[in-house]
Design a protein around this ligand. Structure first.
Ligand code: FES
Length: 114
């Protein structure tokens, strides 16, 4: 009997915008089948993508304050790691992350489900 391969859903990278189109220390919201995705840019021009929904009570993280590699939720101030989506201790919770990359100043997002 041959090997059975599980179907893998491969999503293409989607071009979103240029890095400079995202406000520094801010975010741009991208609509997706999974809900709004907040694409953040910090002072180092690093770009991160999180579901635009705080793990606490669903606050819009895209309207939060970015500092370093974190964002503070605008509703109750939970601090969320931009790279892993985890709340900073002692708070708990995790915002969903999405793969994002920058190529030649262009931002690409992969709105996949895993
Ligand atoms: S909804 Fe984000 S801290 Fe409460």
């Amino acid at each position: 009997m041959g090997t059975v391969f599980e179907p893998v859903r491969v999503m293409p990278w989607t071009r979103i915008c240029r890095v400079e189109d995202i406000p520094q220390l801010g975010a741009r919201v991208v609509k997706s089948a999974h809900g709004d995705i907040a694409v953040f840019r910090n002072t180092e021009d690093e770009v991160f993508a999180l579901l635009d929904k705080c793990p606490h009570k669903g606050g819009p993280l895209s309207q939060g304050i970015v500092f370093g590699r974190k964002v503070a939720c605008p509703l109750h101030g939970l601090n969320i790691g931009l790279d892993d989506g985890n709340a900073v201790a002692p708070d708990v919770g995790c915002a969903r992350t999405f793969p994002v990359k920058v190529v030649d100043g262009e931002v690409f997002l992969k709105p996949v489900t895993t």
